[in-house]
Design a protein around this ligand. Structure first.
Ligand SMILES: *Cc1c(COP(=O)(O)O)cnc(C)c1O
Length: 421
């Protein structure tokens, strides 16, 4: 059973100030989860989570994570700017970009961020754009398929990211010639894994690579970045990951591979996004239409512009009809948005309690890659983001877009510049 972190009564209060649709985040859940992650890796002296900003690029959320000791993982100019504005600097920032413009390398370099190179050719590109920092990271792509046991998790051989194994060695040598002294290794091999073996297996691969790179190049390896990919159960039947088991699994690989190689000082970094925020954000929308044709439809005041994952990936997001948590799910609906796109459906053939017009729908697990992936198709405006604070109060952490925002990028006529909406 998935339980929303707000009740109908709370939403009744909230909508007096902030109408639906809105994204809402649970500060308490975010903090508790961040602390648990830290605890799971407390055996590693240098451990640090670098929150993947792209998942939830809101400065108020970043501030909470900063207070919990996290750094940030950025991959664009605006993510760097946002992080800088929140007060992240130097080693607080991982810059894990790809197809990187020169100006972004320059910005990352000037901030003193850890730069994570996505390709061998980026060494010279970075040198020309900014310079080679003393500490530098390379992203590894082992190719082939990535499996856990007999299950194929993902297909790195088809992914655009990272360097081959040979290139890793060559890159380390070249970077050493150019003055680099400390090295990191990074890899992201599977997304949204709901499996306690992902990180330990990945760690094993990267730890062995680290030993090999050290032997071949004598480079000093100071950190290994396990990146993102620890997932969340979107469907209610799935067991969530157990971060304590995951941390322990990584520790075992560390003791087995790195410690005997005299590399017991290597710091472990993570770049989690979904795991840090996914369950602690929900999209709240109101049922505004019902329609009975060949199927039963419930239409919401939110659409794929607010949460794109179902339309883009066919992703499941659990829905709770607020106030009807204990009613039986007797009705089968497609729950849709208003885009002129038939894939604008939050749910297909979903069993729910009978929905009445005006009911609030809580769409679960929208805290990561939710608001962030929003877009403006059909001229739809992005919703507000709210924070449910630990004391139960609600703070507006991003206002809803207005028509004026939407029209702000062209200069056409006064009517559009002076919108009242
Ligand atoms: C997207 C991304 C992450 C975060 O991924 P999650 O699945 O949200 O954990 C981390 N690192 C890099 C380089 C990414 O592109």
């Amino acid at each position: 059973m998935k339980k929303p972190f707000v009740t109908k009564e709370q939403v009744d209060e909230i909508v007096k100030t902030y109408p639906t649709p809105f994204h809402i985040y649970d500060e308490k859940g975010i903090r508790e989860n961040a602390r648990k992650l830290k605890k799971a890796f407390s055996w590693n002296k240098g451990f640090r989570e670098y929150f993947a900003v792209k998942a939830t690029p809101n400065p108020f959320i970043l501030k909470i994570l900063q207070e919990e000791g996290c750094g940030v993982d950025c991959s664009s100019m605006t993510e760097l700017m946002l992080s800088e504005a929140v007060g992240f600097t130097g080693s607080d920032i991982m810059f894990s970009s790809n197809v990187t413009p020169a100006a972004e390398y320059k910005k990352a370099y000037d901030l003193g961020a850890y730069i994570n190179l996505d390709d061998y050719t980026h060494i010279e590109f970075l040198e020309k754009s900014a310079g080679i920092p003393e500490t530098i990271c390379c992203r590894y792509n082992p190719g082939g398929v990535f499996s856990l046991g007999t299950h194929i998790m993902d297909n790195p051989g088809d992914a655009k990211y990272g360097l081959t194994k040979e290139q890793m060695t060559d890159a380390y040598r070249k970077l050493m010639e150019k003055g680099a002294k400390n090295f990191g290794i990074h890899a992201f091999l599977a997304s949204n894994t709901v499996n306690n073996d992902y990180y330990p297996t990945l760690a094993g691969i990267l730890f062995e690579l680290a030993v090999e790179l050290k032997e071949k190049t004598s480079a000093h390896i100071s950190f290994i970045n396990l990146s993102g990919g620890v997932g969340i159960p979107y469907t209610p039947d799935k067991e969530p990951n157990d971060i304590m088991v995951i941390g322990e699994g990584v520790r075992k690989a560390y003791e087995k591979i790195l410690v005997p190689a005299g590399m017991g000082d290597v710091a472990i970094f993570t770049e989690l996004g979904r795991y840090m925020l996914g369950p602690y954000g929900g999209l709240v929308a109101t049922a505004i239409h019902e329609k009975h044709i060949y199927k039963e439809y419930i239409g919401l005041d939110a659409c794929a512009a607010n949460l794109m994952r179902p339309a883009m990936y066919g992703a499941y997001h659990h829905i709770t009809v607020l106030g009807k948590e204990n009613e039986p799910c007797t009705h089968k609906y497609d729950v849709t948005g208003s885009l002129c796109e038939n894939n604008d459906k939050f749910a297909v053939d979903r069993m729910l309690p009978k929905v009445d017009m005006g009911d609030y729908m809580f769409i679960h697990d929208a805290g990561a890659h939710g608001y962030a992936m929003g877009y403006n198709y059909n001229g739809k405006l992005k919703s507000a983001e709210l924070l449910l604070k630990e004391d139960g109060s609600v703070q507006l952490i991003r206002r809803a877009e207005t028509a004026k925002d939407y029209f702000a990028t062209f200069d056409f006529c006064d009517i559009l510049k002076d919108m009242k909406y």
